[in-house]
Structures are given as C-alpha cells and as structure tokens.
Design a protein around this ligand. Structure first.
Ligand code: FRU
Length: 495
C-alpha cells in the first residue's frame, strides 16, 4: 500500500524537519514541513481535527514533482505535521499529484480527490490531467484501483485534456456526490465542469457550470463552489487576468462570483464579481465548513509571479498559507475576517485613543513582528481632511513595509519595496476602499514574514509576504495633515 516513493518522502521530511529551526518559520501561518509549497489542498474537518494538505516538493524550495504534504490542527493556527499523504507514484500521477479536496465518507473514511498528471509521448510530451481519488484514515491513504475516476474521455467536446484540474468535491443533501473541475477551451478561455457520482468513485459528467468566455483571465484554476448566506458562490483562480480599474491586478488572480444556480440545468449565473484579495500574495484559496457552521477560507500566500527565492534554500522552506478567514456575504460582497480562534493567542494589550498624528509618530509599546493591530483613523478636523496616513512596520533604518491611505482618492496602498528584496518583483498594490469622510478601519496581522490587512471589518483584504530580517521590528506612523487615531495592539503567540 505504501510504496517506496512515499516512504522516501516521509523519511526525508522527518529528518529535515528537525534541521529547520522553528524561529525561521512564521508562528501560526503554515509552511511546508520541508521544501516548496503552493496551493492548500484537502482543507477539511475530519476525526476531530482540521486537516490541511498542501502541494509540496519536499526535495527543493522550487516547484517540482508535486506530493501532498499533510498537517493537522485543533484551531487552524497551531499545526502539527503528519507524514506526507501522497507521492507521484502511479502511472496516472507520475508527473504530479496536483490540487484537490477532501470529504468524510459515510463509513467514516476520508476521501481525497485530486488531479493526477501523466505524460503522453515521453518526458517532453503533453501533460494529461485526470481526476483521481484516495481513501484513508487521516494518516495513510490508498489510491483507488479504478483511478483515474474521471478521465479525459469524460470531458465534454472541445475541453482541454491538458488543463483539466483541481476538483472540489462535496455531498448534496440527497446523498449525491458532486465535484467541480477547472478546464478550458482551445483558446484557453476557462470553464468549470460539474460531475456527479452516487458513491464518490464512479463519476459522470453533469454540466458545464459556467464558462468564462474570456471575461476574467483565461484558464480557471482551483474552483470552489458553495452556498453562503442565501447566495451561491464560485471562487476560482484565473490565470492571465487583465486588470479592470482597481480589480484583478495580480495576473494570476482570484475571482469571487456571487449569484445563483439553476438547479435543473446545473448552471451558475452571477450578479457580482470581485477580487478575493487586493494585495500581492494570494492564490488558489479553498474553503471548508467548520463544525459550528462557519465557512473558512485559506489560500496560498504567494503569487506565481513573485516567488522570490532569496534566502529560501538557507531557510529550507518556501511558501506559506494565509491566515484562515471566516467568510460571509454582506452587502452583496465577500467579507473576510480572521478566524476568531486567533483572539485567544493575544496578549500584552496596548491601547491609545484619539492620538493626534501630525508628521512622524512612534508610540510606546507599539512594535513587533507578530502582532494584531486594530487601527481607526479619522481627520482631526472634519473641515480639513488629511492628505495621507501611513503605518510603517517591519521597520529599521534600512527597511520598512507600509500601508498608506489617501482619503481624497479613497485608495489604500500596500508597499514592500523597501522590505529587503534584491529582486525587482512587484512590490505594491492599491485598492479602492470605502471611506466615510476620511474615516477608515484597519486590522493588520503580522506573523514574522507576512502582513494581512483587513479593511473596514473585512470588506476587503490586502495580503503580502514580508521576508524582511526579523531585527526590523519597529512600527511608526506618518501623516501628511492632522489625523486622529485609535489603536489597540496585541502581541500574538508570546511564549
Ligand atoms: C495552482 C496550480 C493548480 C495545480 C497546482 C499544481 O496554483 O497550478 O492548478 O493543481 O497548482 O501544483
């Protein structure tokens, strides 16, 4: 059942894990046990714990030969590594065990559904992508003998055999299993295909759930499809997006469509579209239901175009997951808030009310690289709105990352140009935000090597990795004009 490739990966990660000091990792954002990670996979609650698998190349800090790494957690913040769950060890997945999802079966077993990649015509041939399943007990998984359970013959006419991946599986109330899979047409315009199954193993094509028609990027990767707050939601990660106004600046971006599904035709239509995250590093999110009914989303805290390898080999890992976020639909939009479990790890509260900022200000007790800060800013004088408010963090004489707000433009900017990267990667993002006469609410969460900025109680989020040396831990405020600020700051996960 467990073949050599998997045993080798398990032994390798066990040995390497001890060589990567905990201090080189974030405190509560999941990194791979060793090597490279991209997408989160199989995010689920199973057997009393949250399980998170991840696209993983254990042997290097760059993408190659995808395995499924595995971690579990009680609270989605403190993760424990489990042995690698799947290696690319079968003919049908020998070029990679690509992304997928997980589900609990009626017999109590866990079903993993993923994309197996094989080559047609030798090593330099075409990638053929199919959908496969594996069954396990939360630790060991057996790939199904009938794999691939959805083969290229199950594709509707004119869909790509080469871009056919990332199944999201769920079970409907009547017991029917369904999954959605990303694919595209010959011009690479994305489509989401829906399949159904009575038992999770024998699948048939059901519908083209929605087609991109070249509207939002090209191929749609990593679809997720679920009901939320009376609406139907499709989240996916389109490749090659074109920016539209303040939306979709990331090339490989994220898309949230909110609408409804025609239950007869199994066709989805949307009334609203938006980016999921407005920062630099966010891709391939997936969601799961917590036992208490919350829908939680986690994403890859990276962007394919900004995978800066600086320092990665020495660290031994590359790639982080985002903070899990509780998602809701409010005012017709996707809202995201940090999971409430984070609050139990707050300590050393420092609070200031109605601080007058004019120029540069440093506040006693406000510093650190693992912090949770709630900031509200407003003009000191309602008749005279300030021109700019900035918070600088991960800062010393040489380095800083900033979040700046210009009320006249209603624009919030995240900028890590001076964070220490020696590569001219994309380092800035702007988002159009809602402001009430210059008032704005931010919650900034830092975890050593990242910043997640939740705007106006979760109306928008901007996320970026910040790989700055940890000695740069100052936080300061800089304004052009007079700003009144309330701030509550906590340390997170203080030992
Ligand atoms: C998205 C993605 C998926 C694929 C995986 C491969 O980041 O390209 O579509 O399954 O990564 O690692």
């Amino acid at each position: 059942m467990i073949n050599e490739k998997l045993l080798f990966a398990r032994a390798y990660e066990k040995e390497m894990e001890t060589q990567i000091p905990k201090t080189s990792r974030p405190k509560f954002h999941l990194t791979p046990c060793v090597g490279w990670t991209n997408d989160p996979n199989g995010f689920s609650f199973y057997d009393g714990k949250f399980h998170l698998f991840y696209q993983n190349n254990p042997y290097d800090t760059v993408w190659n030969a995808m395995h499924w790494g595995h971690a579990v957690s009680k609270d989605m913040l403190i993760w424990e590594y489990l042995p690698c769950a799947m290696a690319p060890d079968e003919d049908y997945d020998s070029y990679g065990v690509f992304s997928g999802t997980a589900l609990t079966m009626p017999d109590g077993k866990q079903l993993l559904m993923y994309t197996g990649v094989r080559k047609e015509g030798g090593d330099h041939g075409l990638d053929i992508q199919t959908q496969c399943v594996a069954v396990g007990d939360g630790l060991n998984y057996r790939k199904c003998e009938k794999n691939p359970v959805i083969d290229v013959a199950d594709l509707p006419e004119d869909m790509s055999r080469n871009d056919f991946r990332d199944p999201k599986i769920w079970q409907d109330e009547d017991g029917t299993y369904r999954c959605v899979v990303g694919s595209c047409r010959a011009d690479r315009s994305g489509a989401i295909l829906q399949y159904r199954s009575k038992d999770g193993f024998a699948w048939e094509f059901e519908s083209i759930l929605i087609e991109n028609n070249n509207r939002f990027g090209r191929m749609w990767e990593c679809p997720d499809f679920f009901a939320l707050d009376g609406k139907q939601v499709l989240i996916c990660s389109p490749q090659d997006m074109l920016p539209e106004g303040f939306e979709y600046h990331n090339g490989n971006g994220t898309l949230c469509l909110i609408g409804q599904v025609d239950e007869t035709k199994k066709h989805f239509t949307y009334d609203h579209h938006q980016s999921v995250d407005y920062g630099i590093d966010f891709y391939a999110p997936q969601t799961t239901l917590a036992p208490d009914g919350r829908r939680i989303m986690i994403g890859w805290m990276q962007n394919w175009d900004t995978c800066d390898q600086q320092g990665a080999k020495e660290r031994g890992w590359f790639g982080q997951m985002t903070l899990p976020r509780e998602i809701t639909i409010e005012n017709g939009r996707l809202y995201q808030r940090p999971i409430r479990e984070l609050e139990q790890y707050r300590s050393n509260k420092v609070e200031y009310k109605n601080v007058l900022l004019d120029g540069t200000t440093v506040l006693e007790g406000i510093q650190g690289r693992t912090v949770d800060m709630e900031i509200t800013v407003r003009p000191k004088d309602k008749e005279k709105i300030f021109r700019k408010f900035s918070v600088w963090f991960a800062q010393n004489e040489q380095f800083r990352t900033s979040v700046s707000f210009k009320p006249y433009e209603s624009v919030l900017k995240l900028d890590r140009k001076y964070s220490g990267s020696r590569r001219a990667f994309i380092n800035q993002r702007r988002a159009q935000v809602n402001t009430n006469n210059g008032e704005l609410k931010l919650r900034i969460i830092l975890d050593r090597f990242s910043a997640e900025v939740f705007v106006n109680d979760g109306e928008q989020v901007m996320t970026a990795t910040v790989m700055t040396d940890l000695v740069a831990d100052a936080i300061s405020f800089c304004t052009d004009g007079q700003v009144e600020m309330d701030i509550v700051k906590y340390d997170l996960f203080e030992e």
